[in-house]
Write a protein that binds this ligand. Structure first.
Ligand SMILES: Cc1cc2nc3c(=O)[nH]c(=O)nc-3n(C[C@H](O)[C@H](O)[C@H](O)COP(=O)(O)OP(=O)(O)OC[C@H]3O[C@@H](n4cnc5c(N)ncnc54)[C@H](O)[C@@H]3O)c2cc1C
Length: 127
């Protein structure tokens, strides 16, 4: 998955934690590790805050977000999964699907905590 590492700022979406929305959002490819995301997030003008785990080599759009994900900012901004706005993924029967609050919200709910590798191969995640 390491070849699927594009990071796109901004996505035009608002970044929403539990209870609040603020700032810009980022779309990351499935291969992006925490250090890829945080390096680019902090290089933005103004810098973008991203809720991640602590390990630099964990896949943010893979096991971290799909397994809920906790980190130093969790007390302030919730779990990594609380900040997920949208996923693009391939289902087990080979269909490309985008899930967000407007489109396939039930599948967004499944991906937000259903556990990694249980329902889809995630291509991108937007936070
Ligand atoms: C050193 C270390 C420090 C850690 N620190 C933290 C921390 O601070 N906070 C925290 O919450 N967790 C932490 N973790 C746990 C980490 O979040 C999990 O191990 C997570 O599953 C790693 O995901 P990965 O995608 O990097 O790993 P992988 O081993 O590649 O994948 C883990 C699981 O996710 C699946 N998966 C991977 N990519 C995708 C995809 N694109 N679509 C669907 N399924 C996918 C895999 O099939 C596998 O079942 C840490 C782990 C380590 C080893």
């Amino acid at each position: 998955m390491h070849f699927v590492t594009p990071l796109v700022f901004p996505s035009g979406l608002s970044a929403c934690g539990p209870g609040e929305c603020r700032g810009g959002a980022v779309t990351i490819g499935a291969g992006a590790h925490t250090r890829d995301l945080l390096g680019k997030a902090h290089a933005q003008e103004p810098p973008v805050l991203a809720v991640t785990g602590e390990c630099p080599t964990v896949g943010v759009a893979g096991g971290l977000v799909q397994g809920v994900g906790h980190g130093p900012l969790t007390t302030l901004r919730g779990f990594v999964v609380d900040n997920a706005l949208s996923f693009d993924f391939i289902t087990a029967n080979g269909k490309y699907v985008a899930a967000n609050a407007d489109s396939n919200p039930n599948l967004l709910w499944v991906l937000k905590g259903g556990g990694p590798s249980t329902s889809a191969a995630v291509l991108t995640a937007t936070f």
